[in-house]
Design a binder for this molecule. Structure first.
Ligand SMILES: Cc1cc2nc3c(=O)[nH]c(=O)nc-3n(C[C@H](O)[C@H](O)[C@H](O)COP(=O)(O)O)c2cc1C
Length: 216
C-alpha cells in the first residue's frame, strides 16, 4: 500500500489500459473509501455508473460511431486557458510519437477517448440535475478520493470530459434517467506499462500561483 503523499504523487491519467479485468473487491474497497468524501449537507451527490464486458463494448462502439460522424458537444475552454490544452496535447501526443503536423494521426489518437482508452471499466459520473455548482464540488471530492484509493491499489484511471460529448448515447446505452446530469467519464483498469504516455508526469504550477494568504 502507498501512503497518501505517494498516492497523490503517483496518480496520473492512464491513456492505455490492459484488458486484464480489475477484481470487483478492489473497486468496492476504493468506492467505500471514496464514500468518506465531504459534501454540502452530506448530500453525497455523486452517482456513478460502470459498464464492463458486453455493456462497455456496446457503449464504446456507439460512442466511436458517433465520434466518427459528428463533432462532440464539449464546452470550449475560455481563450486565456486554451494554452494549457495545447501544452498538454503536445506532451501526450508527443510521447505517443505523433507530431503536431500529423492531423490524421492526431485524429485517430483523439478517437481513443471514446473507447475509454481500452479500459475494462467505463464509468460515467453523474449528479442530480436539481443540484448545483456547490454539489459538483462534492462530486469532485468523491472522484479524487476514488482515484487515490484506486492508485493505492495499483489501478489506473482517466477522468474524461470527452465522452460526455454525446450525452444521449450514454443515456441510452447505460439507461441513465433524464434527471441526472452527466458530468464526466471515468476509465478504470490496469495501466499498460509499455505505453509511453502512461509514464508522463504532467507538470504543475506552484501553489503560490494559485493561493493568496492575506493577514492585514
Ligand atoms: C474534469 C476532467 C476532465 C478530463 N478530461 C479528459 C479527457 O477528455 N481526455 C483525456 O485524455 N484526459 C482528460 N483529463 C485528464 C487531464 O488531462 C489530466 O488530469 C491533466 O492533464 C493532469 O495530468 P495527470 O492527471 O496525469 O496528472 C481530464 C481530467 C479532469 C479532472
Amino acid at each position: 500500500m502507498l501512503d497518501l503523499d505517494q498516492a497523490i504523487r503517483e496518480r496520473r491519467s492512464t491513456r492505455m489500459f490492459l484488458s486484464r479485468p480489475v477484481p470487483r473487491e478492489l473497486i468496492d474497497e476504493a468506492l467505500a473509501l471514496a464514500q468518506h468524501a465531504p459534501s454540502n449537507s452530506n448530500t453525497q451527490p455523486w452517482h456513478l455508473v460502470f459498464a464492463s464486458a458486453a455493456r462497455r463494448d456496446r457503449l464504446t462502439a456507439a460512442l466511436l460511431h458517433a465520434a466518427r460522424s459528428a463533432a462532440p458537444d464539449i464546452p470550449t475552454l475560455p481563450k486565456e486557458f486554451q494554452h494549457y490544452r495545447r501544452e498538454l496535447g503536445a506532451q501526450v501526443y508527443g510521447a505517443m510519437g505523433i507530431p503536431i503536423t500529423d492531423t490524421a494521426g492526431h485524429a485517430a489518437a483523439v478517437l481513443r477517448n471514446w473507447e475509454f482508452f481500452k479500459a475494462p471499466m467505463a464509468g460515467i459520473v453523474c449528479m442530480h440535475h436539481d443540484l448545483g455548482l456547490i454539489d459538483a464540488v462534492g462530486v469532485g471530492m468523491f472522484l479524487q478520493t476514488l482515484l487515490l484509493a484506486l492508485t493505492e491499489r495499483g489501478i489506473g484511471s482517466c477522468v474524461e470530459v470527452s465522452v460526455t460529448g454525446y450525452p444521449e448515447i450514454i443515456r441510452t446505452q447505460l439507461s441513465i434517467p433524464a434527471d441526472y446530469l452527466i458530468l464526466c467519464g471515468l476509465a478504470v483498469g490496469y495501466p499498460d506499462p509499455e505505453f509511453p504516455a502512461n509514464r508522463l508526469e504532467i507538470a504543475r504550477e506552484q501553489a503560490k500561483d494559485h493561493v493568496v494568504f492575506l493577514d492585514l
